[in-house]
Design a binder for this molecule. Structure first.
Ligand SMILES: Cc1cc2nc3c(=O)[nH]c(=O)nc-3n(C[C@H](O)[C@H](O)[C@H](O)COP(=O)(O)OP(=O)(O)OC[C@H]3O[C@@H](n4cnc5c(N)ncnc54)[C@H](O)[C@@H]3O)c2cc1C
Length: 394
């Protein structure tokens, strides 16, 4: 811990996980110098605690850190297998360890101060922000704070689902996986009563792959439930688990909700990551938005501007996601049918760019048209009524 508090800096990163690590790497990439930076987090993130899968254009400074990337992915349903060519995009896998190492390197170059304590309240007087610990002691005074501490939406959503999953990193003694073949979503898994489930496979080479079972829905499984679901999915893939070693286990829960995440709670505090609304409500994908916003923050600071990124997703996408979540939750449309039609009736690049929140209104309309219209209309009306009721209550 730093010796004399409060530490005086230009920029404080409160929370030093995924979003903050990408900001630190981006500050390095944009060669930002002379900026006094502090990172406040009781945990110094290191090593492997998650794997990020995301799509994007190849050729950025993350490329050397990737464990694998694929120019095509499979989407599998009981009706068959679609191979989606992704060019010019690629699907990529990034383990957390090299990202945290990259952030640590950037911290050293920036000569950033590490405060290994939890942050409590942030006091923003419009000129500077004081970061206090939970007992009210001043830890840091900063010109700007980027806050990525996990938090709930500022009010509960009308639909509150979770993306929850368990993955096994499976190691084999002989060639078992096809390193060219990544499975994005495999919907042949038994479907839950409420929600949708799928498996996926991300091979690093022919002997090492991440095999994961995921559910989108309102309730978590217990430990035995995830293991049973993963064993079932391994069976579906024809994998002999007796011949494989589970080298690592990866669990996660990500919010899928239309509850709002406030991204600018006060003039000099910006929220990033899941806390700032970077998690796409309809899929749980977060990484691409975090990466985009980190780049915007670093560009702004390099140009001497306030580190305020554009919203993670356009408002119309959040509305479309609210409708889709509602339609799925109220059973207006089946999850497998929903994703099947999305991938069937749109070029893969459009779907992936839509999920990243970067499509144009005309492309969004095409995506809308490809969804089951009638039940979705019911959900649109239900969503509008829900919004109106909430507004009247407020
Ligand atoms: C296992 C897992 C796998 C995922 N895989 C993907 C994926 O493949 N693709 C994708 O797009 N998204 C994925 N996500 C979702 C998302 O990308 C990650 O959750 C990402 O790490 C979010 O970054 P973040 O900075 O918002 O939160 P985190 O990375 O969780 O960082 C939050 C930080 O805040 C710190 N903190 C907490 N309390 C305090 C406090 N009081 N004071 C200071 N600091 C505090 C924590 O110690 C932590 O370091 C995954 C999530 C998980 C959990």
């Amino acid at each position: 811990m730093h010796a004399s508090f409060p530490v005086d800096v230009d920029l404080a990163l409160v929370g030093g996980g995924g979003a903050a690590s990408l900001v630190l790497a981006a500050l390095d990439r944009h060669d930002v110098t002379g900026l006094r930076v502090a990172v406040v987090d009781p945990v110094h993130k290191r090593g492997q605690d998650r794997t990020w899968a995301f799509w994007g254009l190849p050729g950025d400074d993350l490329d050397p850190l990737l464990s694998a990337s694929w120019s095509q992915v499979d989407v599998v349903t009981p009706a068959g297998r679609r191979v989606l060519p992704l060019d010019p995009l690629r699907y990529a896998m990034l383990r957390s360890a090299p990202v945290y190492d990259r952030a640590a390197e950037a911290e050293r170059r920036l000569d950033a101060v590490r405060v290994g304590a939890p942050a409590g309240e942030l006091h923003d007087d419009g000129e500077r922000v004081t970061v206090r610990d939970p007992d009210g002691r001043d830890l840091v005074r900063a010109g700007w704070v980027l806050d990525s501490r996990p938090r709930r939406p500022s009010r509960p959503g009308r639909t509150n689902w979770l993306q929850h999953f368990r993955g096994w990193w499976l190691a084999a003694d002989r060639p078992t996986f096809d390193p060219q073949r990544a499975v994005l979503m495999d919907f042949r898994t038994p479907q839950p009563r409420r929600g949708v489930s799928f498996g996926y496979v991300l091979p690093v080479d022919d002997r090492f792959a991440l095999v994961e079972y995921t559910e989108f829905g309102p309730e978590l499984l217990d430990d035995a439930g995830y293991d049973a679901a993963l064993r079932g999915y391994a069976d579906l893939l024809g994998l002999d688990l007796n011949a494989l070693r589970v080298r690592e286990v990866e669990d996660g829960v990500i919010p899928m909700t239309d509850g709002p995440f406030e991204s600018r709670p006060s003039p000099r505090v910006v929220r990033l990551g899941t806390a700032g609304g970077a998690t796409r409500p309809s899929t749980g994908f977060t990484f691409s938005a975090m990466l985009r916003q980190a780049d915007q923050v670093a560009r702004a600071l390099a140009a001497g501007r306030p580190p305020v990124p554009a919203p993670a997703y356009p408002g119309r996408h959040l509305w479309m996601d609210a409708v889709a979540l509602r339609a799925l939750d109220r059973g207006h449309v089946g999850g497998v049918e929903f994703f099947e039609r999305l991938f069937d009736r749109n070029p893969p690049e459009r779907v992936l760019r839509f999920l990243d929140g970067v499509t144009s209104p005309a492309e969004d309309l095409a995506v809308m048209r490809s969804s089951p219209l009638l039940p979705m209309t019911g959900a649109v009306l239900g969503d509008a009524a829900g919004r109106l009721r909430a507004r009247l209550r407020r």
